[in-house]
Design a protein around this ligand. Structure first.
Ligand SMILES: *Cc1c(COP(=O)(O)O)cnc(C)c1O
Length: 651
């Protein structure tokens, strides 16, 4: 496949360069032929992602798509539960771990089903944050010993559905976020005669850290402050529901990069818990919320896209800190609940993108522009470009910027023709490129020249929408690892940023993970006329559902992959979910496809009457319009050969 591998470059270098081992948690590797492989169970069994792409193509599904590795999802559920069990055994903790999966992190049925199934042996439950999520949780949840935790703002209907869960024998806990919810819970429980299980969400003073830090503190929108907790306790006593208070909950925000934050929050919350026990509430459950991170950049630091602890350390620290405080206060330890979402689902899926085009500033300009009469400013730039060694990099850069701006003013005033302007621009970029390549050769680079490599980077145009598939990157600057999925036996040599196909200059990925801080470009392979695929990894949490329809680019295709030793390539595609068709996304903004077709037909008929379109031709155009409504929203970057398409059409 790769005809010309660079002999001085190895697949091991690629593995290190893109950091697969650092952020991959044992699930991602590069094989000896230069393909990225996924190890869903972190053992020897693996799937080459390129094989999945090829098989999908045979099924008629093209990139962009999301690939889900269902075995990897199971593996994460098991890992979380096993690590908590291990910590509990090692710390001689006398309670149990009773985790729940927060549905909001990935609501897809196949994901929730897999998690419920994998969690059966651990009594792993579900968490809901809204009525729709609770409706899902109630239906999908099974087993009397698995919890359902109800968070989020609640109206009477929400509470009533939860009480239905109680009637069905489920351990479903209503977590009070606001005092008024408690009034409704009390009223409805009296009305229905159903006893609720109640939790309080405490507004901790321990501050989170990172991008999602505002979930705690005085201004958080959730939870009860200390006075409110006392007031709520009183209300329960008055309503004779003291025995219903079972849980204390907190959540300090997602992706907490620093373990110290977690420890502090656990200590503060456990104190709250113990105080409530001392007041005579039965309690029994302490819910530490979400926040368990993912090391997206593999740096093991408290940088916002990383975490300075492991899942094992998290489990040990939660368990040990709860025990220490309870021992100190002379209180029996509670069962521990965590609502870890991101850490469970992020690694199981990746986004596959195809690069189909590249934009390069210098190549189009690079064809030597030879104006018939060279303007003075062009000659000055030529001199600058030629005399490389006379002046320092920084000085040449300043001179070049000055000349470029001069050329620009001259053009605006009418003193420079198009050819001279093109020559000036092309020389300017040539000088910048020379300076940038000198930058990479020498050790120290002055601040001003740092950005040159990013400015000069090629734009690799990928067939996708950031707004649909990577919303957190656009909205919050969240970083995901990006790497080629094949050709990793070749040395990457092109500095590139990625741009999407939306009409929005924000539709791009121009910040990338790095061991220290971030990078403003990514080294990729030169395009060679063959399809070139990139993976955006660890996208299984939040991205699926947050996507929006900017430019009406819809949901992407999805593939669900399972390991299967009997299959030739070690896997099978269990399910494919085709992405949105054009008619689906236009319906979402209230256009019925039949109505659109009718309107276009009227216009074609009118044009036919005016003799601008022949009747037979008009029929073909209308057919084409109608067929387009059934196609996907993304670009068809490899149109099938003409003959083949005709045949397909006739059936
Ligand atoms: C979002 C959320 C979670 C999940 O957080 P992760 O950081 O993804 O584990 C858990 N609990 C509550 C209350 C949440 O709002």
């Amino acid at each position: 496949m790769n005809t010309d591998p660079d002999s001085s470059w190895s697949t091991a270098q690629s593995e290190d360069f893109y950091g697969f081992k650092r952020w991959g948690a044992g699930h991602f590797n590069v094989d000896e032929t230069g393909l990225v492989t996924v190890h869903p169970l972190a053992d020897a069994r693996s799937v080459a992602i390129k094989d999945v792409i090829d098989e999908a193509a045979d099924m008629g599904l093209k990139a962009p798509f999301v690939i889900r590795f269902q075995d990897l999802l199971r593996h994460r559920v098991e890992q979380l539960n096993k690590l908590f069990r291990k910590a509990i055994a090692e710390e001689d903790y006398e309670g149990r771990y009773r985790g729940v999966f927060p549905i909001k992190v990935n609501q897809l049925r196949e994901v929730v089903e897999e998690i419920v199934d994998a969690g059966e042996q651990f009594d792993y439950g579900l968490e809901a944050g809204s009525k729709p999520e609770l409706m899902i949780a109630l239906a999908m949840h099974e087993g009397a010993d698995r919890l359902i935790i109800c968070n989020g703002y609640k109206d009477q209907d929400y509470i009533r559905i939860a009480l239905l869960g109680r009637k069905l024998g489920k351990q479903i806990v209503l977590v009070v976020e606001q005092l008024s919810e408690l009034d409704h819970i009390i009223e409805l429980s009296q009305e229905t005669g159903v006893e609720p299980l109640i939790g309080f969400r405490a507004k901790l003073l321990t501050r989170g850290e990172g991008k999602w830090a505002t979930s705690t503190g005085d201004n958080a929108k959730f939870g009860l402050n200390t006075a409110e907790i006392l007031f709520a306790a009183e209300k329960l006593e008055k309503a004779k529901l003291t025995h219903c208070l079972r849980l204390l909950h907190f959540h300090i925000g997602s992706q907490v990069p620093n373990i110290l934050t977690i420890k502090n929050a656990v200590v503060e919350a456990t104190r709250f818990y113990c105080q409530l026990v001392k007041m005579g509430f039965p309690m029994g459950l302490l819910d530490v919320g979400g926040g368990l991170g993912i090391d997206y950049d593999g740096s093991r630091t408290n940088f916002e896209s990383s975490m300075n602890y492991s899942m094992a350390e998290y489990a040990r620290d939660v368990v040990a800190n709860v025990r220490d405080i309870c021992t100190d206060m002379g209180i029996d330890v509670p069962d521990i609940v965590s609502e870890s979402g991101r850490a469970v689902v992020a690694p199981h899926s990746l986004l596959v993108l195809e690069v189909f085009e590249r934009i390069n500033k210098r190549e189009t300009l690079g064809r030597k522009q030879r104006p018939k009469r060279k303007h003075k400013v062009v000659r000055a730039l030529e001199t600058l470009a030629k005399n490389k060694s006379d002046l320092g990099r920084l000085e040449r850069f300043h001179d070049a910027v000055q000349r470029k701006e001069e050329a620009f003013s001259l053009f605006n005033l009418g003193y420079l023709d198009l050819e001279n302007r093109a020559a000036a621009e092309s020389l300017y970029w040539q000088i910048c490129e020379d300076i940038a390549s000198e930058n990479s050769e020498t050790g120290y680079t002055p601040e001003e020249l740092h950005e040159l490599s990013a400015v000069l980077a090629d734009q690799y145009v990928c067939n996708f929408s950031v707004f649909q598939s990577l919303l957190d990157h656009w909205a919050l600057g969240q970083l995901f690892p990006v790497a080629p999925l094949h050709r990793l036996d070749e040395k990457p040599s092109v500095n590139a940023i990625l741009v999407d196909i939306t009409c929005d200059s924000d539709g791009k990925i121009s910040t990338f993970i790095d061991l220290e801080d971030t990078k403003d470009h990514l080294k990729l392979h030169p395009l060679n006329g063959q399809p070139y695929f990139l993976g955006v990894f660890l996208t299984g949490a939040y991205q699926d559902i947050m996507g929006d329809l900017h430019n009406l680019f819809g949901r992407v295709n999805e593939l669900h992959v399972f390991l299967e030793e009997d299959e030739e390539n070690g896997f099978y595609i269990e399910e494919t979910l085709p992405g949105s068709r054009i008619r689906d996304v236009v319906a979402g903004v209230q256009y019925q496809h039949t109505d659109l077709c009718r309107r276009v037909k009227q216009q074609i008929d009118a044009a036919t009457k005016r003799d601008e379109i022949k009747p037979r031709e008009g029929v073909r155009w209308l057919e084409f319009y109608e067929e387009m409504l059934e196609t996907k929203t993304y670009l068809r970057v490899h149109p099938e050969p003409k003959g083949k398409k005709k045949r397909a059409r006739r059936k």
